[in-house]
Every structure is written in structure tokens, then in C-alpha cells.
Design a protein. Structure first.
Length: 226
């Protein structure tokens, strides 16, 4: 990714300091490692609870791999061709956003559209885990995991402010598209080759720090070769 960034900068005649590039790489690693791991854990947890969706994902994965599940997938293999994988990833992050709450600090006087005023030094917090479960946004089944709400064009009904898992507006996560691509690639590769079931008696114990973490020694599963 850094190579693509540098190549684009070269074509535009731009140069960057070593410190800028170091900070960019560090930001990508910090922001993209634990969050993606948390997201995939949530996906696997929900798929274990809903084996019918695991069947749908496996069918899509085998179609994408076209019989050769040992080959690495490319961007062209996945983009626009894997609606089931994307729906599962997005719905899992709706109920279990990797960063369940966020905050910013006010640096100058401002007024929100609601009329609420903020002063320098004020802390502004918002909670994607709450917004993502609002029944006036998502319907009476807002607490239920249902990837179908992202299929058949329904995803167009949801904007980033209804679904602030990746923030919204000028602060939209720069790695959003990469995170979704990574998530889909991992899910398709795993479920093209294996079936996953949760260990009997295992229960998730989610705790919130910077990201959602599982406080029950990770997710305990059985892996079955297809």
C-alpha cells in the first residue's frame, strides 16, 4: 500500500519526508490490525450462530475460487462479485463495531445542528454501537443479526451517519475500503476450505477498550476441513 501511495505521489510530483511516511505506515498498522481482527472474530461468532449463512458464504466462496481454493484471490476476483461476504462483514460490524465509541476534542467555539454549543476543551463522544442499533434507523429487528438487510440494493439506504462504524463525513476512515476488502478476502478464503463451529459451552464475553476484545481467552472453535 505504501508503494502505491509513493507511486501516486511521484506521478503528481509530490514528495514526503521520511517522518511523514513513517507516521503514515504506523497509523495504518495501529488502526488496521486490531480492528480487522476484532471484526473477523465477530463475523465468525455470528456465522457459528447462523450456520445457514455459513452455507451461503461457502457457496459464494467456491464460486469465486472456481474450484481452486489454494489460489490467492485478487481485487478483481472479489470486487462487486461477493455480496454475501460483504453483507456478513458489514452486518457483523453493525452489531459489534470494532471501535464501539469514539471521541474528539473541541479546539474552538462551535454549534451543532441541534443547537448545542461546544467550547474549546470540551470532549465530544459518540457511540457507533448505539447508533447501529437504533430502531428508528434499522427497524424493530435492529438487535438481530441479519445480513440480508445489506443485499438486493438495500445497502444504499444506509449512509455513514446511520452507520458510523467507520466514522463519517470529513473524518471517514481512510482505510474503510481496504478493511472491507481484507475482511471479505479472509472470510472467503477461510470458508471456501473449512467449516467452523463454536466449542460447546463457549460464550463470548466482550469488553470494550479502544476496540472490542473478547475476555474469554479468545473465540474457541472447531475447524472442519471441507
Amino acid at each position: 500500500m505504501t508503494g502505491l501511495f509513493l507511486e501516486a505521489a511521484k506521478q503528481e510530483g509530490k514528495t514526503y519526508t521520511r517522518q511523514f511516511l513513517r507516521d503514515m505506515v504506523l497509523n495504518t498498522v495501529i488502526a488496521g490490525r486490531d480492528t480487522t481482527g476484532s471484526a473477523l472474530t465477530s463475523c465468525i461468532q455470528f456465522l457459528c450462530d447462523h450456520p445457514e449463512w455459513q452455507d451461503k458464504l461457502t457457496a459464494e466462496a467456491k464460486e469465486v475460487f472456481n474450484g481452486n481454493t489454494q489460489e490467492a484471490l485478487t481485487f478483481d476476483d472479489i470486487e462487486g462479485k461477493t455480496p454475501i461476504a460483504e453483507a456478513i462483514f458489514m452486518e457483523s460490524l453493525r452489531l459489534n463495531p470494532s471501535v464501539p465509541f469514539n471521541e474528539k476534542y473541541c479546539v474552538k467555539e462551535c454549534t451543532f445542528p441541534s443547537g448545542v454549543k461546544a467550547s474549546p476543551g470540551d470532549t465530544m463522544q459518540w457511540f457507533p454501537i448505539v447508533t447501529n442499533r437504533r430502531k428508528d434507523f434499522w427497524g424493530e429487528d435492529a438487535e438481530e443479526w441479519d445480513p440480508s438487510r445489506w443485499l438486493d440494493g438495500k445497502a444504499k439506504n444506509y449512509d455513514d451517519f446511520m452507520y458510523p462504524t467507520f466514522n463519517a463525513g470529513p473524518r471517514l476512515c481512510l482505510g474503510k475500503n481496504m478493511a472491507i476488502l481484507e475482511g471479505k478476502t479472509a472470510l472467503l478464503t477461510l470458508f471456501a476450505n473449512y467449516r467452523v463451529t463454536a466449542k460447546q459451552g463457549w460464550e463470548p464475553k466482550l469488553v470494550s477498550s479502544v476496540t472490542w476484545q473478547n475476555d474469554s481467552n479468545g473465540m474457541q472453535v472447531h475447524i472442519h476441513k471441507l
